[in-house]
Structures are given as structure tokens and as C-alpha cells.
Ligand binder design. Structure first.
Ligand SMILES: Cc1cc2nc3c(=O)[nH]c(=O)nc-3n(C[C@H](O)[C@H](O)[C@H](O)COP(=O)(O)OP(=O)(O)OC[C@H]3O[C@@H](n4cnc5c(N)ncnc54)[C@H](O)[C@@H]3O)c2cc1C
Length: 289
């Protein structure tokens, strides 16, 4: 079974530093049918544009063995949010933060044009839980997830979404239930991961009983926010707080060092669908026949 190679058909800058890339075609339809959401594992091409991906049903490329058996391949895997997909039209959007040329994914996105390709080698993750109120907090990397969540919350949902961005030019028009307030926090040009804006906003937020908290941002702020929420009595089952990147570390370096600042206990009472990698994708494709 070949790897799924996605082809970009549209490249659009939502804001100066957020690039939406739409992928279309049969491989996208196949990926959508696997149901691996909300996050996708993308495989970036090598410098020469080739992929060199093992067959997906090769047991040597299972998610847990990938790191050991194919470190070269694993180095080129990154995690992104599926911002939106349309099973009928066979389209899938990913919003990439353009954060300079230091990372392979950011660099790929900055250079992407219609016809550019990347691999899809897995996915998974947890959707937001349910609460009587919602506290949502994200930086630019969490923003695609925030946008997705706000669009899909029930119309009578209430809560607050704090979104930290570089500056006013990075604010997007988001659809949200009338009862959910959106608060944009501006770093005024300071580099991502160097301020405590998001953590300060959450710390000042009064917590109503029954609140579900969803937090995704640079790791150091996520650690602070999780501690604060726990100290104020939010149960682990009522929060999903994950570091999406760590200043100074590549994604794989961050995963090795801190497993994305995940508190695995947050996941304890959910089903354990942690197989986000190649093997999970292969198994799902096989189940579809
Ligand atoms: C579940 C999940 C969902 C995610 N969804 C998205 C998404 O939809 N869109 C998105 O853009 N990102 C998303 N991210 C974050 C993304 O995976 C990381 O930013 C990743 O490090 C980018 O890879 P890269 O190759 O560009 O940089 P890497 O090679 O991983 O890192 C190179 C350098 O760039 C720095 N860096 C990485 N990201 C940023 C950033 N955003 N701003 C400033 N410096 C940075 C690193 O600290 C490092 O010093 C998500 C992460 C997770 C875990």
C-alpha cells in the first residue's frame, strides 16, 4: 500500500503569518475516510523533493517502531491540525504558522504553491470534551484548533476563547456561538514563546463550575496554565492542555524531552487512541479494504 501523498491545490494567506493550504484528491479522500482527527501527521519531503516512504503496511514502519527503525523518516514528520475538511469535495485544509525558515514544515509552507506535495502518515488526538462552559486558550499554533472548535460547538455553548497572536494583523474572522466571547491578546511583535500573555489571561479568568478547559500553545505557557487550573480545582478530566511547540526545540526534540508537556492523566478516562502514526493509518486503510 503506498503512502498517501497530498497535493496542494490552493495556497491562501489568511493573515500575514498564517497560510492556509488546501489539499485535494483521492489520497485526501482516503485519509478523511480513516477518521484520524483532529490532528494529522505530515511527512515533509527531503531536500530533493522525494519522500522515500516505506509501504504503509510494512510492519517495520509501525508508529512505535518508526523512531527506532527509520529515524531519517521520523525527523521529517510534524503534527498539524486539520483546520477543515470536506468529504464530498475531497478537500482538507491545514493552517501553517509562517515562523521563519528554521523549521522544515514552516519552510515548506512558506514555499508552497499549487502542486506542492507532502505525505500524510497518521493522525489522531482528542476532540474537546463537553462542559457547561468553555475556557479555550491558544497561541497561533492552537488557533487552527480554536477555529475548528468554535465552528463546531453547539449554538448555545457559552465561554471564552483567549487567542494570543503577534499583533492585530494576525486576528482572523472566526465563527463562534453567540455566547462565546473571543479575546485577542497581542504580543506587539514580541517573539512567540517569550511572553506570559496567555497564562496571565487565563489566571485572571474567573472559573465557573462545570468549565471544560482546552489549551494549546507554546509549552512553557501550557505548563503554567495547567498548574493554575489544577490549583483552582479543575479536574484533569475537564481539561485538555497540550504544548504544541517548544521554543528552541524541533518538534521531535520537544517530544523526546517532554512528550509535548502532556499530562497523560488527562487522557486516563478517555479511550486510548494514542497510535497516531503510520501503523494506525495503515490499519485503518486496511479495515476499509
Ligand atoms: C497536536 C498539534 C497540533 C498542531 N497544529 C498546528 C497547526 O495547525 N498549525 C501550526 O502552524 N502548528 C501546529 N502545531 C505546531 C507545530 O507542530 C510546531 O510548530 C512544529 O514545531 C513546526 O515544525 P517546523 O518544522 O516548522 O519547526 P521545527 O523543526 O519543529 O522547529 C524548528 C525551530 O522553530 C521553532 N518553532 C516551531 N514552531 C514555531 C512557531 N509556531 N513559532 C515560532 N517558532 C517556532 C522551534 O522552537 C525550533 O526552534 C501543532 C502541534 C501539535 C502537537
Amino acid at each position: 500500500m503506498p503512502a498517501l501523498l497530498f497535493t496542494a491545490t490552493e495556497v491562501q494567506d489568511v493573515t500575514p503569518h498564517m497560510r492556509r493550504i488546501t489539499f485535494t484528491g483521492e489520497p485526501v479522500a482516503q485519509y478523511i475516510a480513516t477518521g484520524q482527527f483532529p490532528n494529522i501527521k505530515i511527512l515533509l519531503p527531503k531536500a530533493d523533493g522525494s519522500f522515500d516512504v516505506p509501504e504503509l503496511d510494512d510492519p517495520a514502519c509501525g508508529a512505535d517502531t518508526l523512531v527506532r527503525t527509520r529515524p531519517d523518516l521520523h525527523e521529517r514528520v510534524r503534527t498539524y491540525t486539520v483546520r477543515r475538511y470536506d468529504a464530498q469535495q475531497q478537500t482538507l485544509d491545514i493552517d501553517f504558522v509562517l515562523h521563519g525558515d528554521e523549521g522544515i514544515a514552516g519552510r515548506w509552507a512558506a514555499a508552497a504553491v499549487a502542486g506542492s506535495t507532502l505525505g500524510a502518515v497518521g493522525g489522531g488526538g482528542r476532540p474537546i470534551g463537553t462542559g457547561e462552559r468553555y475556557l479555550i486558550a491558544g497561541d497561533e499554533t492552537g488557533l487552527p484548533g480554536v477555529g475548528n472548535i468554535l465552528e463546531n460547538l453547539p449554538a448555545d455553548a457559552v465561554g471564552t476563547a483567549y487567542i494570543e497572536v503577534d499583533g492585530p494583523a494576525e486576528q482572523q474572522d472566526l465563527q463562534a456561538p453567540a455566547g462565546v466571547e473571543i479575546v485577542w491578546l497581542s504580543r506587539d511583535g514580541a517573539a512567540g514563546g517569550t511572553t506570559t500573555l496567555l497564562a496571565d489571561a487565563v489566571a485572571a479568568h474567573p472559573l465557573a463550575p462545570g468549565t471544560f478547559a482546552w489549551v494549546s500553545a507554546e509549552g512553557s505557557q501550557v505548563i503554567t496554565i495547567r498548574k493554575d487550573l489544577r490549583a483552582r480545582g479543575v479536574d484533569r478530566k475537564a481539561m485538555l492542555a497540550i504544548g504544541y511547540w517548544r521554543r528552541g526545540l524541533t518538534e521531535n526534540g520537544y517530544a523526546k524531552k517532554a512528550n509535548h508537556d502532556r499530562d497523560l492523566k488527562e487522557f486516563d478516562d478517555h479511550d486510548h487512541d494514542h497510535d497516531h502514526g503510520v501503523r494506525g493509518l495503515a490499519a485503518r486503510l486496511r479495515r476499509r479494504g
